[in-house]
Write a protein of this length. Structure first.
Lengths: 428, 297, 302
């Protein structure tokens, strides 16, 4: 007897059916963090193993010693594909207990009920952190705070003194305002026949924010960066692009490629952080000697900062341990010791007043660190929490169209706002 | 002859055929077709990564028609087929003929020509991005000979062209192997006979080689056009995740990846694009096979 | 027939490596200018295919002070150093990751060779109801855009409890539809008569498959093996999604750390790519003799 089609169909169903229950394993887990701190928890970081293996292994061991009966399993994921990894885990119900996130990653997780509300579970720790940092993991349209603030970063603007000199600009008087940057850039392009650009990146959402554009309405329900200020900034960039004061390859630039251009002297200015200084020293010793450092340009009086957070998975089987560990990683003591390992800044209240962040010792590293720490006290994370990857792409593409002259700046921003608002609604 | 054989085989081993095919069918069913079926189902919902979503009928497909990026993706994926397939059908055949003769050192050349296939696409991407960089090797050479630097990785069309070149570069050895196997099938008597008849190299190529490897050319054409239409890695690595200036280098599969992944991914909409990609590749396949049949008759 | 006769005579002449004159596979002498042209073309293609790798190798050997952007370019490092490799190895446990990659790739080779040969044989040689459907299943599977179904694949894997295991990394590609179709084509090209004879001699289907059909398609099996190895060694996104535990990472994910950590230093990225590619090239260099011989022998001459 040949095998009939029906037999095959039956077999196929047997194979397929057990898999068809679409997964969101929501067993276990409570938001009550007040129980005994014990059990096995997993802690996921974002590309920190390569450089800070010893730090984290020590941290986890200390926690286990302090709370006997706990066991921390540390996993680290590479930078690329981090969002893909988290979304696969979130969709599949395999999110680790404690996860290193950024505000834009927290927002969709919180909306799907996959981030623990810390105002409820750990409200008593709130006062330990800088107010602005604590608030950075709150989501418009929702009550609650969904991650402990972890490290902050911000940085100055670096410029190439040699290139400034060659273009007849005063290397000791770097631009301080947007207008001065634009003027210097146009002059640089003119003097070098467009060979040296001053800026290497197209404006991103945080640039619009720093320029003083209202990015969203008060309720956080719609984007508004197509206002006159926004159009003004984009029009200015268009002028720079046409004059080659904005690098012609800016439309396809990545932060890495623009950093490289600065290193090789093809671009005169580049935003960076204290981290980059070491990089310059190693990779371009000649440039390092001629590097100028100036404050981040801002029209609002507040510089931009990046915030990292640590969230707790509400489905964890050991809520008390997970919350305790997330707090342990981000408390003042451990943030301070982490900051001494690498050029980042703690988000805990008072830490930035530590002599480490206030006393200069004459080196460039310290100078950059002290200046950054000072500016962080009133810094703002301009990137709206709800601004997703897809929205970033929409904005980037519309900005490119405006720079290429395919659309007017106004038209481009209108389109971008419309697309982002649509995406915002669809995020639900 | 064959039919009597087969009927007796059946008597011997009733489940034999299925036993042979079962592992392949199981794996393919569970890990390719089953997920794909759920993708097709998703195409009719507004499902997002973390939100199950509801049935929305044809709304996703209607939205596609008005989405500029979709048309850009369709254009680029189609251009990719048009640009890459002829090169991948012809060049590897010529290469196979070049390395077919057993002259000294030929095995070295054969393996060397195969190295780009062996290297992973991520590595290949990194190598070529570095080569075509504004200050990379190709541009320093161009500058040295006085042509000046070319923005391979910043111009929309040059980017697409560079990605195609990389695809061809990486595919040459792969299809060369397939042709080599086919050429080994060509009875050498045919060549000899033609040579004795006084046919030159080019005529022998056209009258002996091409007809003999015709079915292989069709196979290569089908495989490469399906792969070209689904192109992702080369363009993604060279033009970046947002697809070159103003997203003008986005291909359809890149659009699937961009809209459907991440925590805010629109799984439903991305699935609709996947379905379109699937339908077009099926159509491409049928087209190639039909052209084949027409040629034959 | 007289032509054929003549051909047999010429081919019958043994061609040994010691033979003073250069001859082609038919034993005929190749003219010098033709030979020169061939080598010229071969060298040109060689520069195109291998050159990029050598440039990468050269970049990876250049020390931190050497200018890698110079124009005209410097092809040889003035002061070659392994410093960059050391830094890569210090940063990521290259050997552990390479071992994981090796496990995954080897498993992939075995499952693909066995699974694809079996299924290909069933599609090409065995007659049964539903054969066309089975063939169609594989053709359709080949057309599915994998990037679109990766989350669904992950959910499936999780429900099987195989996420975060190397088995989970291997399974989806363990019997690829393309390989099944390649094997099917190879079996289809075999003349029926040989198996017919074996059948008359009383060989059953397994014996015919193992003793007659399979040895005749060694070449395609070699092709499938190499494709399977490369495919598994290559893959980035799927292992990244499936694996969480760094101790299980494969080399491609591991090397990705370089990108995040040393972005902008071409020398280190170059060293990383060479580490990723060198084992494959070495493996291929060792196997190429069998590979190409197999490819040539794969077809039964008619």
């Amino acid at each position: 007897m040949p095998v009939s089609r029906r037999t095959f169909a039956a077999a196929a169903v047997c194979v397929v059916l057990p898999l068809s229950g679409c997964g969101s394993g929501s067993e276990g887990g409570s938001s009550d963090a007040s129980g005994r701190i014990e059990g096995d928890i997993t802690f996921q970081t974002w590309n920190l193993r390569a450089n800070f293996k010893d730090y984290f292994e020590g941290l986890n061991a200390d926690f286990e010693k302090k709370y006997p009966g706990t066991n921390v399993k540390w996993i680290d994921q590479p930078a690329e594909g981090y969002a893909d990894k988290i979304s696969a885990d979130a969709a599949g119900g395999t999110l680790p207990d404690v996860v290193n996130v950024s505000p834009d990653l927290v927002a969709p997780l919180a909306k799907a009920g996959l981030a623990l509300d810390l105002d409820k579970a750990a409200g008593k720790y709130k006062k330990e952190y800088l107010q602005g940092a604590w608030a950075s993991h709150q989501i418009p349209g929702m009550t609650g705070t969904y991650a402990f603030p972890w490290y902050l970063n911000t940085g100055p603007l670096f410029y190439n003194k040699t290139l400034f000199k060659e273009a007849g600009l005063d290397p000791e008087q770097p631009p301080k305002t947007y207008d001065e940057v634009f003027d210097a850039a146009l002059k640089m392009a003119k003097e070098t026949d467009g060979k040296v650009a001053t800026l290497a990146n197209v404006p991103t959402i945080e640039d619009f924010g720093r320029y003083g554009v209202e990015l969203m309405n008060k309720e956080g329900t719609a984007f508004t960066f197509n206002d006159t200020k926004g159009v003004e900034l984009l029009t200015k960039y268009k002028e720079l692009y046409d004059a080659k004061a904005l690098d012609p390859q800016a439309l396809t630039a990545t932060p890495e490629s623009s950093g490289k251009k600065f290193l090789t002297g093809a671009v005169a200015m580049n935003p960076g952080s204290a981290l980059d200084l070491g990089n310059f020293k190693k990779q371009a010793p000649n440039l390092y000697k001629n590097i100028g450092i100036t404050d981040q340009i801002t029209s609002t009086g507040h510089v931009n900062m990046y915030v990292m957070g640590v969230m707790v998975n509400p489905q964890t089987k050991h809520t008390p341990a997970a919350v305790a560990f997330a707090h342990y990683v981000t408390d003042a003591e451990h943030q301070m010791s982490f900051a001494k390992q690498v050029a980042i800044f703690p988000s805990t209240a008072g830490s930035l007043d530590d002599p480490y962040f206030t006393k200069e010792d004459g080196t460039d590293e310290t100078r950059v660190r002290v200046a950054a720490a000072k500016s962080l006290k009133n810094a703002v994370n301009y990137t709206p929490v709800l601004f997703s990857e897809q929205m970033k792409t929409e904005l980037r593409n519309e900005v490119a169209k405006a720079l290429q002259g395919k659309e007017s700046p106004k038209q481009a921003l209108d389109n971008a706002v419309e697309a982002c608002n649509r995406l915002l609604q669809q995020q639900g | 002859m064959a039919s009597s054989t087969v009927s007796r085989v059946r008597r011997q081993l009733p489940t034999g055929p299925w036993l042979f095919a079962a592992p392949g069918l199981l794996i393919t069913g569970a890990f390719i077709l089953y997920p794909f079926v759920s993708t097709v189902v998703n195409a009719f919902t507004d499902r997002r990564t973390l939100i199950p979503g509801e049935f929305v009928g044809l709304a996703n497909f209607r939205e596609l028609l008005g989405d500029d990026m979709f048309w850009i993706g369709l254009r680029n994926s189609t251009l990719y087929v048009v640009g890459v397939v002829p090169a991948l059908v012809i060049l590897p055949l010529l290469l196979a003929l070049l390395v077919q003769k057993n002259i000294p050192g030929i095995t070295f050349f054969r393996s060397a020509f195969y190295t780009p296939v062996v290297a992973s696409i991520v590595v290949v991407g990194l190598i070529w991005v570095w080569l075509l960089d504004e200050r990379g090797l190709v541009n320093s050479l161009l500058e040295t000979i006085g042509v000046g630097r070319v923005g391979f990785l910043s111009d929309q069309w040059l980017l697409l062209l560079s990605a195609m070149a990389v695809t061809v570069w990486k595919g040459l050895g792969y299809y060369m192997i397939i042709y080599l196997a086919a050429l080994a099938n060509v009875p050498r008597e045919l060549h000899e006979a033609a040579a004795v008849d006084g046919a030159g190299a080019i005529r022998r190529f056209l009258t002996v080689t091409v007809p003999a490897v015709r079915s292989t050319m069709v196979l290569v054409g089908a495989l490469s056009s399906v792969a070209a239409f689904k192109v992702f890695s080369e363009v993604y690595l060279m033009a970046g995740p947002s697809g070159g200036p103003a997203g003008e280098d986005t291909t359809l599969v890149m659009l699937v990846q961009r809209t459907g992944t991440g925590l805010t991914g629109r799984v439903g909409y991305a699935s609709a694009i996947s379905v379109v990609v699937f339908v077009v590749t099926v159509a491409l396949m049928l087209l190639v096979l039909r052209a084949d049949r027409r040629d034959e008759s | 027939m007289s032509v054929m006769e003549k051909v047999r005579q010429t081919t019958a002449k043994p061609t040994t490596a010691r033979e003073p004159r250069v001859t082609d596979e038919h034993g005929r002498r190749i003219r010098v200018w033709e030979l020169a042209l061939r080598y010229l073309l071969l060298l040109a293609v060689l520069a195109l295919t291998v050159g990029p790798f050598l440039w990468q190798l050269s970049t990876s050997l250049k020390g931190p002070t050497e200018d890698i952007f110079s124009s005209p370019p410097k092809f040889l490092p003035s002061d070659p150093t392994l410093h960059n490799y050391k830094r890569v190895a210090d940063t990521i446990p290259v050997w552990d990751y390479a071992l994981n990659s090796l496990k995954v790739a080897t498993a992939n080779v075995v499952t693909n060779c066995v699974g694809a040969a079996l299924a290909g044989y069933a599609l090409a040689r065995l007659r049964y109801r539903g054969r066309r459907v089975a063939t169609l299943v594989f053709i359709l599977a080949m057309l599915v855009p994998v990037e679109g179904i990766i989350i669904a694949q992950f959910t499936t894997m999780r429900e099987l409890g195989l996420n975060n295991t190397l088995v989970g990394v291997v399974l989806p590609g363990s019997i690829s539809a393309l390989n099944v179709l390649l094997m099917r084509n190879a079996f289809l090209n075999l003349p029926y008569e040989i198996e017919e004879a074996a059948y008359v001699d009383g060989a059953n289907v397994w014996q015919r498959f193992l003793r007659i059909a399979l040895p005749s398609v060694k070449g395609t099996v070699a092709v499938v093996a190499i494709f399977a190895f490369m495919g598994a060694w290559d893959d980035f996104l799927w292992p990244l999604i499936v694996l969480s535990d760094p101790s299980k990472f494969t080399l491609t994910i591991g090397l990705n750390y370089l990108h995040g950590t040393f972005a902008g230093d071409e020398r280190l990225v170059a060293a990383g790519t060479i580490i990723a590619v060198a084992p494959l090239i070495a493996l291929f260099a060792c196997l190429q003799r069998y590979f190409f011989r197999g490819v040539g022998e794969g077809a039964v001459k008619g």
